[in-house]
Ligand binder design. Structure first.
Ligand SMILES: [Cu+2]
Length: 141
């Protein structure tokens, strides 16, 4: 019975999905003044990050400083926001109006697969500070 074989073969995949969702976590980042705390967050694929206390802030990923092929995040101003990260790698983000004051952060999802790209990126100002922090955390994993 080929149908039965197929069903048995797909059991491990189902268990994997179940276990991933059972352990998926939500990590909270809080805007405090002109800072995101914590600035760097390490999570597992499938986990969610929730940004809170966002009266005048948003979350915008920085082009070229995210894993290849991921969709840009650009959250609405002044709203709490959450995003589930499925693809491994380092995501650098900024608060669009406050990056001049250094406001932004990094999410490291699973293994920092794009660490070399991030290290090679030509960055300045507030973004450079976030990138340095993300690299040092990724290298100490
Ligand atoms: Cu801000």
């Amino acid at each position: 019975m080929p149908k039965m074989k197929l069903a048995i073969k797909s059991i491990p995949a189902v268990l994997l999905l179940l276990s991933q969702s059972a352990f998926a976590e939500t990590h909270v980042v809080t805007a405090v003044g002109m800072k995101y705390e914590p600035m760097v967050v390490q999570i597992e694929p499938g986990d969610t990050v929730r940004w809170e206390n966002m009266p005048t802030h948003n979350v915008e990923t920085v082009d070229g400083l995210v894993p290849e092929g991921t969709e840009k995040i650009n959250s609405p101003m002044s709203e709490n926001y959450q995003h589930t990260f499925d693809k491994e790698g380092i995501y650098i983000y900024k608060c669009t109006p406050h990056i001049g004051a250094g406001m932004g952060g990094a999410i490291i999802v699973g293994q920092p697969t794009n660490l070399d790209d991030i290290k090679a990126a030509d960055v300045t100002g507030g973004v450079a500070r976030i990138v340095r922090k993300a690299i040092s955390e990724a290298e100490s994993m």
